[in-house]
Design a binder for this molecule. Structure first.
Ligand code: PDD
Length: 288
């Protein structure tokens, strides 16, 4: 892919290993910041307006004024992607509440937000011919009450994902009060009795950009998709389970707590969604 590791920090593009942030940064001290991960296909950021709208929602939710307009963000992201050499890549961006003189929980009066972005290669997604999917375990969702905000304070997500990894699985599927919320770093779809469903939006899950895209993709092509409560029982009986995220796109889960999901292979609904996703992506990358 020929991408040099570059980053953007407070107005400047520079090699990542030359970037310096103060240890007094509130992102470091408190996890006091917002972030986004935006996939780019052939150098073009995918669903950029949706990601920037969600960034606005997160910043509003944590009461941090957005230091840039959408047009400025778009220009900064384009500049960074171009400097990084285009191709398929993931743009990571974060905004923190900046660097105060002294550590104090209360918002600083003297700090300007820190703006950081970097670009990484995107892992190759699993194609429709995939023989095997991902594995997941179920865990209790012990996160806070504003999981709809994409904040950098991700310690619960980190611990949940690590528990999945140590159980030999790829992702944790989270249940709160007997209902499925999302994955540690992904949204979830299930197929039950030929019906595609995903948990209804609430403060307990991230409004995933990929999730909304997949719902739209299915509905436009005549496959109904319900956004509704999904019980632990429905999850346990699902014929198919999929994960969606900006880096995973749409990924089938074929083992849940060591047991096969459906027949243990990626399902027919997933294969269809994957194919439509790929077609859309190819057209997008070609500039259509
Ligand atoms: N995570 N839910 C959680 C908790 C997430 O962290 C993510 C994405 C998603 C999917 O959202 P989207 O489709 O907008 O990427 C859902 C990113 C990729 C990350 O933290 O790396």
């Amino acid at each position: 892919m020929g991408m040099s590791r570059l980053c953007y920090l407070n107005g400047e593009i520079l090699p990542l290993d030359e970037a310096r942030i103060s240890p007094m940064d509130r992102g470091f001290l408190f996890g006091d910041g917002a972030y986004e991960v935006i996939p780019a296909y052939d150098g073009r950021p995918f669903r950029l307006p949706e990601h920037l709208r969600r960034l606005d929602q997160t910043l509003e939710g944590i009461r941090l004024p957005n230091p840039h307009s959408h047009a400025e963000w778009a220009a900064m992201i384009a500049r960074l992607l171009e400097a990084a050499g285009g191709g398929d890549a993931g743009v990571y961006l974060q905004v923190t509440r900046g660097v105060p003189e002294v550590r104090d929980h209360a918002f600083p009066l003297d700090a300007r937000p820190t703006v950081f972005m970097t670009v990484s290669p995107l892992p190759a997604p699993l194609g429709p011919e995939a023989g095997e999917g991902a594995s997941a375990i179920r865990l209790r969702d012990n996160r806070w009450g504003r999981c709809d905000l994409k904040t950098t304070a991700l310690l619960p997500n980190v611990l949940l994902r690590q528990e999945a990894i140590e159980a030999g699985a790829d992702e944790a599927l989270l249940l709160r009060d007997g209902q499925l919320t999302e994955g540690a770093a992904s949204n979830v779809f299930v197929v039950c009795n030929n019906e595609v469903m995903t948990p209804r939006q609430s403060p307990n899950l991230l409004p995933g950009v990929t999730r909304d895209f997949v719902v739209e993709l299915l509905r436009e092509r005549g496959v109904p998709c319900q956004c509704s409560a999904i019980s632990a029982d429905q999850l346990a009986r699902a014929d198919e389970i999929w994960l969606t995220s900006s880096t995973k796109e749409v990924l089938p889960v074929t083992r849940l707590d060591g047991e096969p999901v459906g027949d243990g292979r990626p399902g027919a609904f997933w294969r269809q969604a994957r194919t439509w996703f790929d077609e859309y992506k190819a057209a997008f990358a070609a500039g259509e």
